[in-house]
Design a protein around this ligand. Structure first.
Ligand SMILES: NC(=O)c1ccc[n+]([C@@H]2O[C@H](COP(=O)([O-])OP(=O)(O)OC[C@H]3O[C@@H](n4cnc5c(N)ncnc54)[C@H](O)[C@@H]3O)[C@@H](O)[C@H]2O)c1
Ligand SMILES: O=c1ccn([C@@H]2O[C@H](COP(=O)(O)OP(=O)(O)O[C@H]3O[C@H](CO)[C@@H](O)[C@H](O)[C@H]3O)[C@@H](O)[C@H]2O)c(=O)[nH]1
Length: 447
């Protein structure tokens, strides 16, 4: 089958490359020529485990190519995916300018029937807008070409994107066109051993499903962070509570890990967009607004714990940071808790020395150059180097390599043996036994 994917970012590149695995011919389109050049040279612009192998095997098989020419790329495509960004506008709403620009181009260049697929995360009603934009461009050309617009939200997680795409829990397709339904079944059936995981529904239902899924997961996290805050007050270890409630199969263990707040390009933006959608429709999103509020305050939690320990005086303190990416397995720092923490530490006069296994380059673009030039912020290549003369270590991203460090060697390097654990990775009793001070999230700190 012939597939065109417009937008070659996290979602577009994974989608395009993974479709070649089933023998489809795919062209990935983008307006960023530099990115396309790197991809043609076999270089993957993002860190995503396993993606390089899928991309290179697609290219070698002659099934995957990259182009900035949308007219040429869609002329015989049976499927046209829209996978461009939908960043938050100033009022929190999803900014649809990129999606609608692509719809306009499709209308300008469509030659034959195609299924146009919204893979970007877009608010309820967007498929209608995409349909209207394509129709109006076709009308301007006096072209009578049939097409369908379907909603097919993506549920992949960064760091596990290839696996999530190749082995999805479900594929949601919103359409009321029988022709589009058949085409989508053809495209996706190789991925789904059981056909009931290919879920058809109305277009608006599918658009809402994506937001509801992310909002539900964000709610679980904020709920647990709220419980952790209460545990701090009540002399309770939230990790025992987490194990205790997760064992109830109705609750489950996933997405109830307390931490320093959720980040990434999806949860913060999608919760905001859903709050905005609710407000626009005159519905008060009480719970969703609280989920966001809790997360914003949670991102300040590590700083407030550190500042409390140093009695508000961080001037000249050297703080070591392990982990910059918003989660392990990616170099993405969009909305990462590390940004809030490092900004607050530096504003309070501390010097920060950070290490992340893959996000160093992203971080160099994220923070002011002056900080790096003045040495207020240092980034090193080895995880133990951050610890030299450090007054504290903060674990922000739970990369596996931080799980079992050499605590004795760490003590030798640090001025003061204390860990602020933003992901509750370490055993406070063990650390106490080796004379390490410990502060976690909701773990009866220093008592
Ligand atoms: N990142 C994720 O984990 C994830 C998961 C599921 C859904 N989503 C959703 O998927 C969408 C894309 O997210 P992303 O993280 O892949 O974004 P991204 O920023 O990584 O990539 C978007 C790409 O689109 C390109 N682009 C913009 N306008 C274009 C145009 N007119 N023509 C061609 N290319 C154009 C950009 O140059 C960029 O390369 C968003 O709506 C997001 O919410 C993201
Ligand atoms: O118990 C948990 C689980 C996650 N997180 C944090 O939540 C954020 C998001 O994590 P995750 O969901 O693993 O990563 P994303 O790549 O942002 O994926 C989410 O957002 C994507 C974009 O919409 C969806 O496709 C995915 O299904 C959805 O999980 C990260 O900061 C995590 O540290 C926690 O704090 N506690």
């Amino acid at each position: 089958m012939k597939v065109a994917v417009v937008g070659t970012g996290y979602v577009g590149l994974v989608t395009g490359a993974c479709f070649t695995e089933m023998g489809n011919h795919v062209v990935c389109i983008d307006i960023d020529e530099a990115k396309l050049d790197r991809l043609r040279a076999g270089e993957i612009p993002i860190f995503e485990p396993g993606l390089d192998a899928v991309v290179s095997s697609g290219i070698e098989a002659g099934l995957l190519r990259f182009s900035s020419d949308i007219a040429e790329s869609i002329k015989d495509a049976e499927y046209i995916f829209i996978a461009v960004g939908t960043p938050p506008g100033e009022d929190g709403s999803a900014d649809l300018q990129y999606v609608l620009a692509v719809a306009k181009s499709i209308g300008e260049h469509l030659k034959n029937y195609a299924v146009v697929i919204d893979k970007s995360t877009v608010p309820v009603g967007t498929a209608d807008k995409v349909h209207a934009e394509i129709s109006s461009q076709l009308a301007l050309r006096d072209a009578d070409i049939d097409f369908d617009v379907v909603s097919n939200p993506e549920f992949l997680k960064e760091g596990a994107a290839v696996n999530d795409f190749m082995r999805p829990d479900r594929v949601v397709v919103g359409t009321n066109s029988e022709k589009a339904r058949q085409k989508m079944t053809e495209l996706y059936s190789p991925y789904l051993r059981s056909s009931d995981r290919l879920m058809f529904m109305g277009v608006r239902d599918a658009e809402m499903t994506k937001y509801a899924a992310n909002a539900m997961l964000a709610t679980k996290i904020s709920f647990m962070n709220e419980v952790a805050g209460l545990c701090d007050e009540l002399d309770v270890d939230v990790e025992n509570v987490r194990r205790g409630i997760g064992s109830d199969s109705r609750i489950g263990y996933s997405f109830i890990y307390p931490g320093c707040g959720y980040g990434g390009s999806c949860f913060p933006k999608d919760v905001k967009a859903l709050v905005h959608t609710a407000e626009q429709s005159g519905f008060e999103p009480t719970l969703l607004a609280a989920v966001e509020k809790r997360n914003n305050s949670q991102k300040h939690k590590l700083f407030s714990n550190i500042s409390g320990y140093f009695k508000g005086d961080l001037k000249g303190k050297r703080i070591a940071v392990w982990g910059l990416a918003f989660k392990p397995g990616t170099d993405d720092m969009r909305e990462a808790p590390s940004i809030v923490l490092i900004n607050a530490l530096i504003e309070a006069g501390a010097q920060v020395c950070a290490f992340d296994p893959v996000a160093k380059e992203t971080a160099a673009r994220e923070f002011p150059e002056q900080w790096l030039a003045d040495g207020q912020l240092q980034m090193v290549d080895f995880q133990y180097d951050v610890l030299k003369q450090a007054d504290a270590l903060v674990l922000v991203t739970e990369w596996k390599r931080f799980r079992q460090p050499d605590f004795e060697a760490m003590k030798e390097l640090m001025n003061d043996a204390i860990i602020f654990d933003g992901r509750n990775q370490y055993d406070p009793d063990y650390l106490k036994s080796i004379e390490f001070k410990y502060s976690g999230i909701g773990r009866n700190n220093f008592k």
